[in-house]
Design a protein. Structure first.
Length: 161
């Protein structure tokens, strides 16, 4: 029996490789990228040399949470920031796999159907999201959200801005 996936390995690899290339080009910290199909199955994952141990789990949680809720992890953060009880309930229901910060981006086909999600972790969340959005576009698909946060370059993991 052969199971169908909404996203091919070749496409997922193209997205992951582009995320890592964008991160290098933009001088970002080492990144981890996870690509899932619409059923929440991981199709591809790669990490830059020097990534922290938790980066995979965070990238996975950003993509998985986006698929689970049906919108980007930035939107999840924005919707739930004033609803901590509901956010905690989702975290409990997902066995802790839910990461409600930018960097989880849905992949949509030409018909607007969600065919997967990308999760990126390693730099500031808005910078992670920038990489995911532009890698999805480079692969010929539509990201959701369509555009990165306006101030993505200003986001930093450093306490020195």
């Amino acid at each position: 029996m052969k199971l169908a996936s909404s996203l091919s390995l070749a496409t997922a690899e193209k997205i992951v490789d582009e995320v890592l290339a964008i991160g290098l080009r933009e001088g970002m910290k080492p990144l981890t990228c996870v690509v899932m199909d619409s059923g929440g199955r991981m199709v591809c994952m790669k990490m830059s040399d020097g990534c922290g141990l938790l980066r995979f789990d965070i990238a996975f949680g950003k993509a998985w949470g986006s698929l689970g809720m049906g919108f980007s992890s930035r939107t999840i953060r924005d919707y739930l920031s004033g609803r901590p009880t509901f956010q905690n309930a989702i975290a409990a229901a997902s066995d802790g796999r839910f990461i409600p910060v930018p960097g989880g981006v849905l992949i949509e086909d030409a018909k607007g159907m969600t065919i997967g999600a990308v999760g990126v972790s390693g730099d500031a969340s808005e910078r992670d999201e920038y990489c995911a959005i532009h890698a999805i576009k480079a692969a010929g698909f539509a990201p959701n959200p369509e555009q990165e946060a306006e101030d993505w370059r200003a986001a930093s993991l450093s306490d020195k801005h």
